[in-house]
Design a protein around this ligand. Structure first.
Ligand code: ZN
Length: 132
């Protein structure tokens, strides 16, 4: 288990090609012993963005503060604090800061691509139990 203030987690540059003014904190990840999911916090400076890319896993996201846009093949979709975003596997996406303050959002990802036809091992994943 882990309890820590987010500012005590290292703020690292996003060094992937196409990233500009984007930083990441791995709030929870493999280094903490989390077997399935990682929670990252992104901080994107005004005018900056994360790389425009796609992959086989989803993004489950919560916007904390600032103004941004999800860049997609279907256009740019604006978001701001307390908005929730979900990015489908295989969908092209980037997150751009369209405001004049730091854009902050949480992004949860699985460590591994789920195996096709795999059984769900999480008893809470049916979304019927909200007490955990
Ligand atoms: Zn992505």
């Amino acid at each position: 288990m882990k309890v820590v203030h987010y500012t005590d987690v290292e703020l690292e540059d996003v060094n992937v090609e196409g990233a500009k003014g984007a930083k990441i904190r791995w709030l929870v990840g493999k280094k903490d012993g989390a077997p399935n999911f990682a929670m990252r916090m992104f901080e994107v400076e005004p005018g900056g963005q994360t790389p425009y890319h796609q992959h086989d896993w989803e993004h489950v996201m919560y916007s904390l503060s600032g103004n941004g846009a999800v860049i997609t093949e279907r256009g740019d979709i604006p978001f701001s604090g307390d908005d929730v975003m979900y990015i489908d596997p295989g969908m092209m996406h980037a997150f751009k800061n369209t405001g004049d303050t730091t854009l902050k959002f949480l992004c949860m990802v699985p460590h591994e691509k789920p195996k096709a036809g795999s059984k769900n091992v999480n008893p809470f994943a049916d979304e019927e139990a909200n007490d955990c």
